[in-house]
Write a protein that binds this ligand. Structure first.
Ligand code: FMN
Length: 350
């Protein structure tokens, strides 16, 4: 536990010196219509940077085109670099560091949107695309491991200070960790050591590719929030292996499954009506009917509170009595499809 005063003191994260310990957690922005950086995306990250955070996190930069949840998300490729450079330069000019969340969405990818097959440890139907998700082959896994390393190199070239590996929410790596989603009988399934093989290989490949030039963190599930899922006992072991491998500088702990239980990590109510409104039929009717059932360490990562008030950190530094105005209504969640924002903040405020 860090004393409150230390939260605002400079701190080292791997090779990076942060001006304080507060990190804006990844909140998918919905501001990359051609899978490229826009001025809106830059403005979005300038707000918490000006508001005093130590580092802001750009969500979610896929390592390959089929690793996006939808086709409008950035995937790390040379074409994306000039825009990403503009973004990192603008954030640095405000005194904050900037991290790219990189990963592969695996079974959470919507193949109907990406127009490429989604991948999972084991073949299964997708509730998102209504298509079958393909079982990843050993060569798919090799390609995706290499793509993570390449994405980290691209992030470095684009001026990022850190990469965060997405090992949560039943995205690809997390789906391999999950005993519920991973029913393989090869070297990637069965024992925890086998299920953790993809996570460890990716983290090590990223470390080998960028060495100490970038901070490397991983966002790791503690609990999938579904029966038979990945849970704390196994998560602690995976965290220990990652630490022993020397591949990551820190872990951001998370929970839940974007596939099977997306609301598990959020305090507060499920915004079912608002989610239904942004989806076309027949998905809309399905969410209205079944939504109620479906949506049920020393650094401080904040997401919703900084959507509500991007300047929260500066205000807290000036006055420790300041409290967040975020009420965890979760109505920011459905806004990720059209430009992520807090619905309670005045226009232009977030
Ligand atoms: C609108 C919204 C979008 C999010 N998008 C992502 C994302 O792209 N990647 C991710 O790892 N987490 C995502 N999250 C989860 C947050 O990073 C964070 O883990 C979660 O909101 C809990 O932190 P909080 O209580 O400070 O809000 C999102 C959260 C919100 C509210």
């Amino acid at each position: 536990m860090v004393a409150v005063a230390d939260v605002f003191a400079p701190a080292r994260l791997g090779p990076v010196e942060l001006r304080n310990r507060v990190i804006k957690a990844a909140t998918f922005e919905g501001m990359t219509p051609h899978a490229l950086v826009t001025d809106d995306l830059i403005a979005y990250h300038l707000r918490p940077a000006r508001g005093g955070v130590g580092m802001t996190t750009v969500a979610y930069c896929a390592v390959s085109p089929e690793g996006r949840t939808d086709r409008h998300q950035i995937w790390m490729r040379p074409e994306a670099v000039p825009g990403l450079r503009r973004l990192t330069g603008a954030v640095h000019a405000e005194g904050a560091a900037v991290c790219a969340q990189i990963g592969h969405a695996g079974p959470v990818a919507n193949a109907a949107s990406t127009r490429l097959p989604a991948l999972a440890p084991t073949r299964r139907p997708s509730p998102l695309s209504m298509r079958m998700i393909k079982a990843a082959s050993a060569s798919d896994l090799q390609r995706i491991t290499h793509a993570h390393a390449q994405a980290a190199v691209t992030a470095r070239e684009a001026g990022f200070d850190a990469v965060e590996l997405h090992f949560g929410h039943n995205y690809l790596v997390s789906s391999f960790l999950s005993p519920r989603l991973n029913k393989r009988t090869d070297e990637f399934g069965g024992s925890l050591a086998n299920r953790a093989r993809v996570a460890r290989a990716i983290a090590s490949a990223v470390r080998d590719a960028v060495g100490g030039q970038l901070a490397i963190t991983a966002k790791l599930n503690m609990d999938d929030g579904v029966p038979g899922g990945f849970w704390l006992d196994e998560s602690i072991q995976v965290a220990q292996w990652l630490e022993a491998d020397g591949s990551v500088d820190a872990l951001e702990l998370t929970a839940g499954s974007s596939l099977l239980n997306p609301m598990y990590l959020f305090t507060g109510d499920a915004p079912i009506r608002e989610f239904a409104a942004v989806f076309p039929q027949p998905l809309r009717a399905g969410i209205q009917l079944a939504g109620g059932r479906f949506l049920r360490f020393t650094f401080v990562a904040l997401a919703r509170a900084l959507l509500r008030e991007p300047d929260l950190i500066r205000r807290m530094q000036a006055d420790p009595a300041v409290r967040s105005l975020c009420i965890h209504c979760n109505k920011c969640l459905p806004t990720i499809y059209r430009g992520t924002h807090c619905v309670l903040a005045a226009p232009g405020e977030t």
